[in-house]
Design a protein around this ligand. Sequence first.
Ligand code: ATP
Ligand code: MG
Length: 387
Amino acid sequence: MKMTLSKGSSLAISRLCQAGFEAYVVGGCVRDTLMGKKPSDFDVTTSALPQETKSLFTDFTVFESGIAHGTVAVVIEGETVEITTFRSDGEYLDHRHPVGVSFTSRLDGDLSRRDFTVNAMAYNEKQGFVDLYGGMKDIENKVIRCVGEAERRFEEDALRILRALRFSSVLDFDIEEETALAIHSKAGLLDHVSRERVYVEIKKLLSGVRARRIVEEYSDVFKVLFGDISPKAEALSSCNGDLLRLAAFFYNTPEAFATLKPSKRENTLLKKVIALAKDSLPDTEVELRRLVASHTEEAVRLSLELRLAIGESVGGKALLLDKVIKSGKCIKREQLAVNGSDIIAMGVKPSNEIGSILNMLFDAVINGEVDNDRESLLKILEQKLEK
Ligand code: ATP
Ligand code: MG
């Protein structure tokens, strides 16, 4: 079988090989191809040292920010190809970082440091697929298995624990027994992984087709990371989108989400969605409009979806929300048919009072007391000002 390479990786490999080096595509792109999926990017691994690689691509834009780890990024016709020198990581510090990176002239050394058999294959036209650890068979049997001894691999780098769960969830693969046992026994090491990295993995893990099962089967791992959170695991099989899945996961402990250092926007939205989903269901169109006005359409919609995902009935409120939005009726203060200048024109001096008056009019519109048209609003305003 032949693998279709991207233009950039293909050019990079031929140029490196012509110069007498070995070069292959490696990792995720090989795995994806063997699974019949289109790879998102093509990483190249080579026997050339970073400086040697650099000197071969002087006619392209080259980024060197990863050069200390052996990576040179070359931009070939708009495609960024990461070319990394064969590496063997040697000793590990603090269960996360290799003490130093040592380059090696052999592909097998490079493949042996990779995390899982399905991620440890390389390919080039001349050699075909290089599969030293049974990655092809594991893809066929849908299995995630560590390269080498699982416990040792997780001790070296605890992030691999979460990567294993993530790949299992996303690819819908089983976790091989020794690997699974090691995940349970080494879970305590996850304290060594930065919360930012944990967040990236958790988000991907929750987006996977197998998220519910992983969350249930590896509750001990999540306990190390977040304490007792009793996630709404069952909701993970019926809701889509990162934020909804995170909201289902952190349903009972929204404060634990903040420890992952999400953006302020994400944190606020998640807390709001969970709070709305736990509050009483809005009954009428007016109530729904009031909610949208104070919490945004996005938060209200997500809260309804979350209710559905956890098996609550929302009694057609999602449709009602669509109706409220589509009606084009005012749900944001900016949509109010009058503005500050109208109020000033009626003789109110520019001051904070303008804002309060606009709020009062907005409330009246949201509550259905007055239509959002200029004339009706100005009339109300006149009456108020006369008082
Ligand atoms: P994705 O589709 O998510 O990008 P990927 O397999 O390309 O999947 P990356 O995180 O981009 O994953 O890593 C590229 C390759 O580097 C992996 O396929 C694996 O061979 C190796 N790798 C990445 N992280 C680790 C790690 N922590 N330990 C060992 N090998 C790793
Ligand atoms: Mg990748």
